[in-house]
Design a protein around this ligand. Structure first.
Ligand code: SF4
Length: 712
């Protein structure tokens, strides 16, 4: 028996785990690492299934090539030869924009894909870059970019010191934290209570977090920006605006005061469903708390006013003096900060060809990918590279996109499974399991509620190439060097660029992500190297978050832009919404489960035990009105499509709202995920409408989709 200490790469919480292996190198046990400096023994069911993921017989272990409509196993050389034969001619004939990229969520948890994916994308030079960000958190990047000048400068709740937490559209007890890296959320929320603090949850559903909270407000989906503006309004009218030391770093305070005027608690109450007196009390408690933080997540970002809601969350944190203060919303300082000059944030440097959506953070809304594939003309997308993504299942109007993928001239998937999307590829390039590659949470330490770092070496060797080598092989092909490109030379080139940006000499004692992480650590704020982290298998703790304003600001003015023009330009749309009569039509929202990780862990038997979780939640009043019975099938219909799903009648959901979890629908022909196919569930994205977007950020509306529900 041997044990290894690893950082769990499956979600944002970055838990330290202890993995036990037998003499045959089989994983026999996975437990929480009690000595981990951050998670201190915490583990969830997903982390405990790391061994099941590694040993999953459906995980691909060799490249697949489609011949005459059937996948056959081929060598890596044959796979690259096929790509070199088919991809460059498309670029030569139709230009670089004819090749689109979709990067999925697991890539952010994979240091090789994070660091070397961007090398491939840069070499490709396509404007058709898409990712899971535009069905998730893009409004937060937009808001941070316009307010603070850096789309990655997203403040996080200082959970371990706050005494008042106002949560909107988030269920951290199930998600384990999102844009808030915090292992053992339950313990940390309990800590707020033990300090005499208060937790308030605003959500259309009485979620697990709402049940744990001191107070729950069942808001009408899509109206968070109205509620947040009303809270701002109260702060001004009750003379509670106290930005404290931030006052000297602020632009736009008077603009916000004027913008908030129409949004009184009385005016918004019919739309939000939250009474004016309650709204007033919430605002005053927030203002009067010793310290406090407002935190908004998926329910506030994937909705019609996602950017306005994300902006107003941080406006409230500023107005109450809780931004950049202990116990408030703070900016982490990761051991590996991005290198290079930070340029002020800009959007709309190009637009999507068919619907004219502006680029944000270098990408276009995935909701328009099908348009770009289907619509003939110059710039039409003819080839697609998916990297750890499942857009054929996980993006709006998935049925339409799946049909569009069939019309591509060529498609490559870098993926560990033959899933609902990669089944449509011509070539699939698999990667090693999480235990067969080194791991470092480059992205999530930048969102961590405590400054920590932990390097995980590969626990097991792999017969598969590391994904950074795969990315460089593909880079060589799109850069015109062919399938025999010198991967070592390309890696040296990448490392030299990282070193140059960091003002360091390039090193040659390591290769791949290890060398890049080492360079970034050396350039970082803590005077550590990768060797230091290697000598600390339970992680290094650099302490609680510290104030970072003004150093963190990167706006053209060097100040916090409290009323940034691109965001303020969307306020008239919200005023129009306010003027409309209250809408009582049925709307659909999503939900997630502790054992699910979007679409990609449903092939693990330990995680899908316990009966069918893929049901539509309906309030008893709506069920009675619509003739729906618990356990019976219902049809859910939207402009985009229709699905049938079992009904679960429960008063945990607000009347007028129904909920379907995302990530299901594993019944596509040709996928090779036996456990998932036996428990397919229904894909909520069949009814998600690809024409409904948050206007500034291009993020899909996945919460608040108008639907009709009827018995089948
Ligand atoms: S909470 Fe996240 S990081 Fe921790 S064990 Fe579970 S999946 Fe892994």
């Amino acid at each position: 028996m041997t044990t290894a200490h690893v950082t769990c790469p499956l979600c944002e919480a970055t838990c330290g785990l202890e993995v036990t292996l037998d003499a045959n190198r089989r994983v026999t046990r996975v437990t929480g690492d009690d000595k981990d400096v951050f998670s201190r023994g915490y583990i969830c069911p997903k982390g405990a299934s790391l061994g099941a993921l590694h040993h999953d017989p459906d995980r691909l272990t060799t490249p697949l090539l489609k011949r005459d409509g059937e996948f056959v196993e081929v060598s890596w050389q044959e796979a690259y030869d096929e790509i070199a034969r088919r991809l460059p001619p498309i670029i030569e004939a139709h230009g670089r924009d004819a090749v689109a990229v979709y990067a999925g969520n697991p890539g952010v948890h994979n240091i090789a894909l994070t660091l070397y994916g961007r090398v491939l994308y840069k070499a490709l030079g396509t404007k058709n870059f898409y990712s899971a960000t535009s069905v998730d958190q893009m409004p937060k990047h937009y808001s941070a970019g316009t307010m603070f000048g850096d789309p990655l400068a997203i403040p996080v709740p200082d959970l371990d010191r706050t005494r008042h937490l106002l949560v909107l559209g988030a269920n951290p007890l199930v998600s384990n934290g999102s844009l808030m890296t915090a292992p053992d959320i339950r313990g940390r929320l309990r800590g707020i209570r033990e300090r005499g603090g208060k937790i308030v949850v605003v959500d259309p559903r009485r979620t697990r977090t709402a049940r744990f909270a001191d107070e729950h407000h069942a808001i009408r989906p899509g109206t968070d920006a109205l509620l947040l503006f009303a809270l701002v309004n109260v702060l001004f009218t009750e003379n509670r605006v106290r930005p404290g030391r931030l006052a000297e770093h602020l632009n736009g305070l008077d603009d916000v005061r004027a913008l908030a005027e129409p949004f009184t608690p009385e005016a918004v109450a019919p739309r939000t469903g939250i009474g004016a007196a309650e709204t007033r009390r919430m605002a005053l408690e927030l203002a009067d708390a010793e310290n406090a933080v407002v935190y908004g997540r998926i329910g506030t970002t994937t909705q019609t006013f996602g950017t306005l809601a994300s902006w107003l969350v941080d406006v409230l944190n500023v107005l109450t003096g809780h931004l950049d203060e202990p116990g408030g919303a703070m900016f982490p300082l990761a051991a590996c900060q991005p290198t290079g000059n930070r340029r002020p944030f800009a959007v709309g440097r190009w637009r999507s060809r068919v619907r004219g959506y502006p680029e944000v953070v270098g990408e276009l809304p995935v909701a328009t990918l099908a348009d770009e594939i289907e619509t003939p003309g110059e710039g039409q997308v003819r080839a697609l590279i998916t990297v750890s993504g499942n857009p054929g299942l996980s993006t709006p109007n998935a049925g339409r996109l799946a049909a569009a993928l069939d019309s591509l001239d060529f498609m490559i998937s870098v993926d560990v499974y033959l899933n609902e999307t990669s089944r449509q590829a011509d070539v699939i390039l698999p990667g090693p399991s999480p235990l067969e590659r080194p791991h470092f949470d480059l992205a999530f330490y930048q969102l961590s509620i405590r400054n920590v770092a932990n390097w995980t070496p590969a626990t097991l060797s792999s017969a598969l190439p590391q994904e950074w080598e795969t990315m460089l092989r593909l880079t060589g092909i799109v850069a015109g060097q062919g399938p025999e490109a010198d991967v070592s030379a390309l890696d040296d080139f990448v490392a030299a660029d990282v070193a140059r940006r960091a003002g360091l000499e390039v090193t040659h004692d390591r290769t791949g992500p290890a060398r890049l992480v080492d360079l970034m650590l050396r350039a970082g704020p803590y005077d550590v190297t990768l060797a230091d982290l290697e000598a600390a298998p339970h992680g290094m703790d650099f302490g609680p978050l510290k104030p970072r304003i003004p150093e963190v600001l990167c706006t053209a003015s060097g100040r916090i832009e409290l009323a940034p023009e691109p965001v303020v330009a969307d306020v008239p749309r919200l005023r129009e919404e306010l003027a409309k009569p209250a809408d009582d039509g049925l709307v659909l929202i999503g939900r997630r489960h502790l054992s699910s990780n979007n679409s990609w862990m449903h092939n693990l038997a330990p995680l899908i035990r316990g009966g069918n979780r893929c049901t539509v939640l309906v309030h008893p009043d709506d069920a009675a009105r619509l003739g729906l019975a618990d356990g019976a099938l219902a049809s859910v219909t939207s402009r985009a499509g229709k699905l049938e799903i079992p009904v679960e009648v429960t008063d945990e959901i607000r009347p007028g709202v129904v909920s379907i979890p995302h990530g299901w629908g594993h019944d596509a022909d040709g996928s090779r995920t036996r456990v998932a196919r036996a428990n397919p569930g229904v894909n909520s994205n069949l009814v998600a409408d690809e024409t409904l977007l948050d206007v500034p950020s291009g993020t899909s509306v996945l919460n608040g989709i108008p639907v009709e529900v009827a018995p089948v």
